[in-house]
Design a protein around this ligand. Structure first.
Ligand code: APR
Length: 349
């Protein structure tokens, strides 16, 4: 007969029961890696700087993947701790064991493999683009110094806007090699482009392949010529004027969301885009996706962060993929680069 709970505890052999119990508790249940503290396990550590909309949504997506421990940093006291605890408490329901902590102390981010930077100010009414650059320049300078101090071997994924300029700033300040500083923009812009194409043709988003290069914003370069649906070129499926409308909607994709939300900017698709980049690095997937990287002559551009297709793997940016652009596309990419250059000038770096 099977009884639950057991009617009678099965006694352990008395000679080693105490030692056995102690060993179990020490070695199985409360073991932590040296220097990681009681809140962290021996999993890979990913830090997210800025626990606002993008940062906290990303942290949630990451912790649910269950392959890394997450540290969420913000300057606002208690806020990242509260959000992290809330996410931790969802673990038993969703079935993840990854640890997540919130903090106001950079020491907790120590030895992160990947640091995602989302901290900064949004553009407020009446604020010029140059004012925003200068305000976020202060934030990113401060943050990057702490990232270098505590996680000198990390890969930095920049998310704060204006994206390309902030990535360039972090690259300069960190002194990291260019494979370890990468900006998120192209994945998001491409996702928007793919969404609109899929909705237009009423097909699965999985069947739509597309690329958006260049800067994040008005100067982005959606490569309609290289977009396909199940391998069929887009130009065979839609008239040029409809493609142009979709391209324009993609360019205005960020602004469209800002207008609808009324306060703040997009965060669901941005956090999903960052997740894809993190995953390609963490799991060494070597996926090819458009990201902002420091170009040294590729695409005829030298010494600037611009969005181009790259291979992301365990080494960060493992390869810059050169695709042949036509004259018009190359000119648009150059315009993007010029816009980044202007912001670099404003920052004086
Ligand atoms: N150090 C750390 N965190 C900071 C600092 C700083 N010096 N300054 C501000 N922050 C934090 C804020 O306290 C806030 O919690 O950055 C967070 C930013 O969050 P939100 O204002 O919610 O902005 P969010 O929508 O998350 O966007 C973040 O990503 O997509 C881009 O354009 C967007 O640049 C913006 C960034």
């Amino acid at each position: 007969m099977f009884f639950w709970p057991p009617q009678q505890a099965v006694p352990l052999p008395t000679a080693y029961s105490a030692a056995y119990n102690t060993m179990r508790v020490d070695s199985i249940f409360s073991k932590t890696m040296k220097g990681q503290g009681k809140d962290m396990s021996s999993r890979t550590k990913i830090s997210v700087i800025g626990a606002g909309f993008v940062g906290s949504t990303l942290a949630q997506r990451l912790v649910e993947r269950d392959y890394a421990d997450i540290v969420m940093f913000d300057i606002i006291p208690n806020m990242p701790q509260g959000k992290a605890l809330d996410m931790l408490e969802a673990g038993p329901i969703l079935g993840y064991d990854s640890q997540i902590i919130g903090t106001n102390d950079y020491a907790d981010t120590a030895n992160s493999s990947i640091v995602v930077i989302t901290s900064g100010f949004p553009r407020k009414p009446g604020m010029s683009r140059d004012d925003l650059v200068k305000k976020n320049q202060e934030v990113i300078t401060q943050v990057t110094e702490q990232v270098v101090r505590y996680s000198p071997d990390s890969i930095i994924i920049m998310v704060t806007n204006p994206l390309d300029a902030m990535a360039q700033l972090a690259y300069k300040i960190s002194g990291f090699p260019r494979n370890r500083v990468v900006g998120m923009a192209g994945v998001l812009d491409t996702a928007r482009f793919r969404t609109f194409i899929a909705r237009e043709l009423n097909v699965s988003v999985r069947d739509v392949q597309a690329y958006v290069l260049g800067g994040h914003g008005d100067t982005m370069v959606p490569l309609a010529r290289m977009s396909t649906v199940a391998g069929v070129p887009l130009a065979q499926l839609l008239p040029p004027e409809r493609i142009e409308q979709i391209v324009q909607r993609t360019r205005d994709g960020g602004a469209e969301i800002v207008k609808l939300l009324g306060t703040g900017s997009a965060y669901f698709a941005p956090s999903a885009s960052i997740l894809q980049m993190v995953e390609s690095i963490m799991l060494d997937k070597k996926m090819i996706m458009p990201c902002a990287v420091y170009l040294e002559g590729e695409y005829g551009i030298n010494g600037l962060f611009v969005g181009v297709p790259v291979k992301l793997g365990a080494g960060g940016v493992e390869q810059i993929i050169q695709i042949d652009l036509d004259e018009n596309e190359q000119a648009q990419l150059q315009r993007s680069a010029d816009a980044v250059q202007e912001l670099i000038k404003v920052m004086g770096i």
